[in-house]
Each structure stands twice: as C-alpha cells, then as structure tokens.
Design a protein around this ligand. Sequence first.
Ligand code: ADP
Length: 274
Amino acid sequence: MTGDSVSDRPGATGSGTEAETATNAPAESGGDPLLTVEDVSQSFGDVEVLDGLSFDVERGSVVCVVGSNGSGKTTALRVVAGLLAPDGGEVRIASDSERPVGYLPQTPAFHPQFTVAETLTFYGRLAGTGVDVDAKLSTVGLQSVPDRRAGALSGGMTRLLGIAQATIGDPPLLVLDEPSSGLDPAMVEHISSVIGRIADDGSAVLLATHNIGAVYQMADRVLVLDDGHVVAAGSPDDLIDETGTETLDAALADLIERSGAGGAVSVASGGDEA
Ligand code: ADP
C-alpha cells in the first residue's frame, strides 16, 4: 500500500479520494471487542479524574474520545496504553500479540540528530522487532524524507513519524493522543486519512482530539467524556440524530451540557455504559 507523500509544500498533503475512504463506515463487529475498559477509576491526590469509565473498541474501528479540557481524555488513554495502572477497574485487550498497543503521546519527541529512517530502526530495536522502514514511511506519507533529521521535521511530520513509530510491531490497537492538534487543515486531513487507512488494514485506533471536523471524517464511534466517564457514545450521525442538531459540534455541545445538567445521557446506538 502506498500512501500520499508529504512534501514541504503547504496544502500538498492528503487527497480527496483517499480521505473519502476514511469515513464513517460501521465497525466490523462479531466476536468479542478488541479492547474492553470496565469501571476504571483514577485519582490524583484528592482529584478524581476517571470515575466509572467503561467502553469497548471493536477490531479495525476508529473510536474518537472527545470532551472538555480536564475531562480525563489523556488519563484514559494512558491507562489503556498501560502507562498508568488505574486505581480500580479493568482494561482487557483480546490479543496475544507481543505488542498489543502502540501509543502516540500528545507531544512526541525524537532524537533530533537521528534521521527519520534511523528513528524507526532504533525504535524497532527497542521493541525487539524488525521494521520495514519503507513500508512504515509509505503508510504515513513520509516516504520522500527518510534521510531528514527528526529535528528538522515540521510539527505535522513529527506526528506522522510518531504514528509510524506507534505501528512498530503491528499492534492491533493504536492509542493516539491529539494526533492533529495545532496543525493546518491540509495536514489534519492527511493525518485523518492515514488513520482511516490504518484501521482499514485491521488495527483499531482509539484517539483523543478536539478537532471535531476530523472526528466527523474518521470516527466509526465517538465517546463523549465528561467528569471522567462516558456520558454518550455513538457514530457521529447517531449523535447528531439523537440530539436533533445539525452538526457534530452542536451535538457534542448539547450532550456535554445535558450531562452536566442531569448526569448521564442516554444515546441509543452505543452499547457503552453512560
Ligand atoms: P484531558 O486530556 O481531558 O484534558 P487529563 O486526563 O489530561 O484531561 O487531565 C484530567 C485532570 O487530571 C486534570 O485536572 C489534570 O490536571 C489532572 N491530572 C492529569 N495527570 C495528572 C498527574 N499526573 N498528577 C496530577 N493531576 C493530574
């Protein structure tokens, strides 16, 4: 599979055609979910950040976690990625892969002197696995810059290298924290299409983002987080229909307001606990 190549020319990333493949197709279901998060709680000092967090993620689907600042998105992703042991509850990943989860932090940082290709080779060694560097770079659209030093990459390219790094060892679940925040619209579209293709190839993607346009483009399911738990869940169109709004932005604002006013919001098509 060959992805679009990212160049330095503004607006040269992504293509309409490929972006269209990363749409809201229903997740393939059948069998157990890949990821099950059950009644997870997490406090820092006396601040309860996650409280009864429960949801699941199907194989090959893109699930976007949205919510206000401080609602617990990063904490939830760190728990799922195994970087933080929760105070209570359970996280189960139904896979016997040696590397079940790949993680992209909010601000990925690489050794500035390593080239793009060297960076992936280095992380492959760390993970104890071989890496087909050309294939990884093609997947994210960095195939034209294998020899560029990581320190000379743009913010968008750094995120793409981070996504490529997260896919090392072909984990069945990718956890991406704000993969497109602060990037220009063309790069956001490119990253969204990269994520859609990764899911089409079989990995599930769980990501947090504030970029609601990208959510509409990518998400099979949206989890609305408030006060450390899921207050609504469903496909973007389900959430719009359910709230009687016109846009996903308006639907999410409505759901968060309703949850604040009266506790959990019931959205029919979820199956997630609210
Ligand atoms: P979000 O990603 O939705 O903005 P976070 O999960 O980053 O939310 O943070 C939720 C809350 O938890 C915030 O109030 C934040 O200050 C607090 N928090 C997160 N990590 C820590 C930590 N390591 N120590 C103390 N407080 C933390």
